[in-house]
Design a protein around this ligand. Structure first.
Ligand SMILES: *Cc1c(COP(=O)(O)O)cnc(C)c1O
Length: 354
């Protein structure tokens, strides 16, 4: 820390993203990227857009917002496009949180929420998951505090039904409920159809996982017009050109080939089922996932040891040191072939343990 760093950040602990090691080629199952490439159109559109890079991007993201509005059957004014969905989540903490408007979220969830709260000086409260790692919706009824729920949750992979989330939204009419749907395309129910019914609902989604575009940094929020207006005030007060031209072109192209991406999601669901079955055969406990990853624990080896041993052998998965989940690992679903290599490597490691 330099002597100039503001005291208000003295105890800020920055978010630690999953490793992106550059030292060698790993089978990369640690940050929930898609194993499938972007569609050809994405490459073509981005290349074409390069000639216009001297010009600023459209701060309103008009064309992309139109496409998203069409896809989700909402109005353009219900959509805000951001630099990854991390940005819209941060905007939500900035816009709706302050010392008298805290945020509430589960104790095991996306690790960035505590950081968004801290960096924006927003107090927060963490509600423990049940012993089976599920969210007890009764814990969130009538709090009238801002709530953020990842649905499906990360890193557990477990999803709530839309009607369960609706109960939470309905019972907290004087606070904002943010539903982070980063993984919703892998088999869960979106809350987007509820945005016209509830003026306190913000849904966040991303191109990073289901649309193979983690490196492009593209996310969006969908909500009633008033909430979107507030979030736009924050956006125009921080970074009006938050989405660059290449990413915007890529996003538009991806939506034109949305079927390709949704088919990939189905493939990943099948490979997920295969992987979960295989791990269970090997004595793992696997939580029921609606995402492109599984959260699993072995009865033969610790979470940390398995993670380290796999890394030594060129397979990267994600291990969290938090006490409650340290026995588990989060394993991104790759191609069938990648998962077979992963499983064979797990077998090798466990054999050595015995
Ligand atoms: C990956 C992820 C995000 C953010 O992804 P972006 O790449 O910033 O769009 C948000 N929430 C959860 C739960 C995630 O796993």
């Amino acid at each position: 820390m330099s002597r100039f760093f503001s005291g208000k950040y003295e105890s800020l602990e920055a978010y630690i993203p999953g490793e992106q090691p550059q030292d060698m080629k790993y089978i990369k199952l640690n940050t929930n990227e898609s194993p499938f490439p972007t569609s050809q159109k994405v490459a073509n559109m981005t290349e074409k857009e390069c000639v216009s890079l001297r010009l600023y991007s459209d701060p309103e993201c008009t064309a992309l917002r139109e496409k998203l509005a069409q896809l989700y059957k909402v109005e353009d004014e219900n959509v805000l496009v951001t630099n990854g969905s991390d940005e819209i989540l941060n905007f939500a903490f900035m816009a709706f949180g302050d010392t008298s408007h805290p945020f509430v979220f589960p104790d095991v969830t996306y690790g960035f929420y505590t950081v968004f709260a801290d960096v924006n000086g927003v107090p927060y409260e963490e509600i423990p998951l049940m012993d089976n790692f599920k969210i007890n919706i009764n814990d969130y009824i009538g709090l009238n505090k801002n709530i953020v729920i990842a649905n499906p949750n990360a890193p557990t992979g477990i999803a709530l039904k839309r009607e369960q989330i609706e109960k939470i939204i309905k019972s907290n009419p004087d606070a904002v409920v943010v539903v982070d749907e980063a993984y919703v395309d892998f088999g869960a129910e979106s809350c987007i159809p509820l945005i016209n019914k509830y003026d306190n609902l913000l849904v966040a989604q991303t191109f990073s996982k289901s649309r193979s575009m983690a490196g492009a940094r593209l996310g969006y929020g969908i909500a009633c017009k008033e909430l979107i207006r507030d979030l736009n005030t924050i956006k125009y007060s921080t970074n009006p050109y938050n989405v660059n031209r290449l990413t915007m072109a890529a996003g538009i192209a991806a939506l034109e080939e949305n079927d390709y991406y949704m088919e990939n999601c189905k493939k990943i669901e099948d490979i997920r089922q295969f992987t979960a079955n295989e791990l269970e055969k090997r004595g793992f406990e696997v939580l029921p996932s609606r995402t492109n990853f599984i959260f699993a624990k072995s009865d033969k080896i610790s979470g940390e040891k398995l993670y380290l041993s796999l890394k030594e052998r060129g397979v990267l998965i994600r291990h969290f040191t938090k006490e409650k989940i340290k026995d588990y690992n989060r394993i991104t679903i790759g191609t069938r072939q990648e998962m077979e290599i992963f499983l064979n490597t797990v077998d090798e490691i466990i054999k050595q343990e015995e």
